[in-house]
Design a protein around this ligand. Sequence first.
Ligand code: GCU
Length: 591
Amino acid sequence: MKSLLYLYILSLFCMQIISAQPVRIQNIGARDTTSLNGYWKIIIDPYENGYYDYRYQPNPNGYFKNSKAESKSDLVEYNFDESDSLLVPGDWNTQIEKLFLYEGTVWYKKSFQYTPEDDNRLFINFGAVNYNAIVYVNGNKVGEHTGGFTQFCNEITSFAQEGENFIVVKVDNKRLREGVPTLNTDWWNYGGITRDVTLITTPSTFIEDYSIQLDPGNNQKINFKVDINGMEDDMPVLINIPELFISLTLPKSMREFSIVSIPDHWSPQNPKLYDVVIQYNKEIIKDKIGFRTVETRGTDMLLNGMPVFLKGISIHEESPIKGGRANSMDDAVQTLKRVKELGCNFVRLAHYPHNENIIRAAEEAGIMVWSEIPVYWTILWDNEETYANAENQLVEMIERDKNRANVIIWSMANETPRSDQRLKFLGNLINKTRQLDSTRLISAATELTYEGNTITLDDPLSNLLDVIGANEYIGWYSRTPDDAPLLKWESNFNKPLIISEFGGGALAGYHGDKDTRWTEEYQENIYVNQLKMLDKIPFLKGMSPWILADFRSPRRPLSNIQDFWNRKGLISNNGEKKKAFYILQEYYSRK
Ligand code: GCU
């Protein structure tokens, strides 16, 4: 009898270990899901009172217990049921006035009903939580995540019960010197559960992950890889792509397979996506997948073997509809409408992985994507935890979007000061990227050398990149706008260059002569002269000017002009197009 008891305790312990491990379920939207979006109860906790006792030691009876006073004499000093609410997904800064500048912990709580069926398993997925999240189900810790822009998923099968359950999430958006990003950024530190929260029900054994991509070295070969989670029986994985007459039956011993096929290639002109159906036992998953190759040849970038010029624009993840963090398909559609009107075939999603809606909407619309992890400015290069955090965010970015044809560039970093430690840190990230995904290009916004009228690409980081990114602000942070056409560009590398940022600020509706800072005319003159300069660079193969729309930043206080907005947008935060918008639009129409 004793051995049975020990066995039972051991199995519970193992279940706890297993369920605490994060899983990466591919294509959440195609699963058997229940949305937990909506109003969540919150408790604002600037002194971490819900987590630590008065000695600042972890408090076993913290807010995650959602305790209730059992009798009229009981002392419980918090009550979610009587507290404020926040809409999820959404940042707290733009929902509650007193949280506009708040940096600290907010506790979220949501109840849900659950009916266990057969031997199904239950998971919870967060599209993103900025910045650190600890997740509890019925008072038990089920997972923790650091990083404000990538999804994370934990199994909660052994913690959920029949009937009513409650989830509590501790969200802490404090900036940290050792963080990724670190303390200083030129964007608003929007805190909260900023993307969708989803319960996922799966069979006991299910399709956890899959990759279906055109072989980077042979555009008539499609590579398939499927990972099954759970105790495997001898059932095969079935994969069908009807339009390509592909119908695969992959036995347990063959979860990786390649097949000759000549699909219609995805491109901006023809954003062709194929219906793909993957089945294992009772589970059927549907996806839409495009097939293309992207590579470089000398200073050229090739899409499906043909030279391409990336007519782009940089974008921060802010909603053009309501401000604050963007997360919805409506946000994505509205933003891409502006991108298309500008005449772009490319967007640089700065400076962190954006939500999946904009990636999928851009794929349908034929817009190529540069996706980036927030290794931004002065990261703590020789801190091991910082590296592990950056690498984890990199893996989560790649894992979520590895089947998206329009994602062509993974960017490792933005404007990081040169040093040996930085080169080692980024070199390791680049190696990790090449291990995970050989089908895309690697870039970063590198450093430049300015000498007189010559600008040289000479950052040693570029030795490790496929495509060189560079941000320059001739006419805004240095020189005058009229100097730009006088400047010469040189490169120490036989690689394509993307000017990943250029531009200047303007307050929409403020007009004057072209030498008056902050007027639309000043910004317009920057664009006129920048484009004259850039047109003369033979190894320039793309650009993503900074930036589509004005965005909030704590670093931009100038009263009556900035008021905590970075004004380099071609469109104001009220949707007004500035004169420079039309300069770039006309240039792209001729490109
Ligand atoms: C930098 C940086 C951006 C910033 C921009 C600016 O290049 O990459 O994040 O917003 O300059 O100064 O406006």
